[in-house]
Design a binder for this molecule. Structure first.
Ligand code: CO8
Length: 261
């Protein structure tokens, strides 16, 4: 651990070039309140601007990743204020966040918690994790991408079933649907997340950023626009020192040496 930022609703650790964010309201199942949104946006800004950091992991302390938006706060806050302050800056931040973010689901991942996970780039889950969009049981509905992202991954019919029944599914089922990259034993979740983060962090940062941006673009564009964007980033990547070094190293049958690592 190199350094620790101080926050009240989240805990931050840095291991080598990996930033680990732990949602830390375990007695409220890491329900996302406005303060957590502010703190997450703040630390994400810091991690994105920190040249030492190449990959970020988000996980939860206690038995939940996150049980969603803080219901008490949502109930007590006038709608005008929710719309003004809101939860959305977190999703906006993740949309423009340059470095890859791995969500490591350690338990209940519901409502805004699943929407947070789906706004990340890679999702791994512990065997005991449970995922779903239970908002309908509160007389509301998903509000931070649940109806859109879930439907793109699961298809219309499974997404309808989850959003309309509000039931939670286990991580193995989520893996079958392609909602989770990998399911791992509960006690090795964080190690697996770090192992995966290290594997990515071995790559040159400029390729990581351009490639992530291009894959993310596939979500919100039509194919031809996405292909145009991909080609632009490909040419940018091809024009870097890292590309010359990487290709040369391959031809010379040696390991590439990345600068600034
Ligand atoms: N908000 C506030 N408090 C919560 C939340 C929540 N979402 N989830 C759990 N808690 C609190 C409980 O009130 C309880 O507090 P206390 O001990 O003070 O009574 C504590 O956490 C422990 O919870 P439980 O005793 O209920 O734990 P169980 O293991 O019995 O049950 C469940 C686990 C089934 C997950 C249950 O806690 C539950 O149903 N939680 C609510 C899940 C839910 O409905 N989530 C959707 C919330 S709405 C939403 O996310 C909309 C998103 C809109 C966009 C903005 C995104 C941020």
């Amino acid at each position: 651990v190199n350094y620790i930022y101080m926050y009240s609703t989240i805990q931050i650790e840095v291991i080598d070039n990996i930033g680990i964010i732990k949602l830390n309201r375990p007695d409220k199942l890491n329900a996302i309140n406005f303060q957590m949104v502010d703190e997450l946006v703040d630390v994400l800004n810091k991690l994105d601007n920190d040249d030492k950091i190449k990959v970020v992991i988000i996980t939860g302390n206690g038995k939940a990743f996150s049980a969603g938006a803080d219901v008490k706060e949502m109930l007590e806050t006038p709608l005008e204020e929710i719309m003004k302050k809101g939860h959305m800056p977190l999703w906006e931040k993740l949309r423009t966040f340059k470095k890859p973010v791995i969500a490591a689901l350690n338990g209940i991942t519901a409502g805004g918690g699943l929407e947070l996970a789906m706004a990340c780039d890679i999702i791994i889950a512990s065997e005991s994790a449970k995922l779903g969009q239970p908002e309908i049981n509160l007389g509301i509905m998903p509000g931070a991408g649940g109806t859109q992202r879930l439907t793109r991954v699961l298809g219309k019919y499974k997404a309808m079933e989850l959003v309309l029944t509000g039931k939670l599914i286990d991580s193995k089922e989520a893996e079958r649907y392609g909602l989770v990259n990998k399911v791992v034993p509960d006690n090795s979740l964080i190690d697996e997340a770090i192992r995966l983060a290290r594997e990515i962090a071995e790559k040159p940062i400029i390729s990581i950023i351009l490639a992530k941006e291009a894959v993310a673009r596939a979500w919100d564009t039509l194919l031809q626009q996405g292909l145009d964007f991909e080609r632009r980033n490909f040419y940018l990547a091809l024009n870097t020192k890292e590309a010359k070094e990487g290709m040369r190293a391959f031809l010379e049958k040696r390991k590439p040496r990345w600068e600034n690592d």
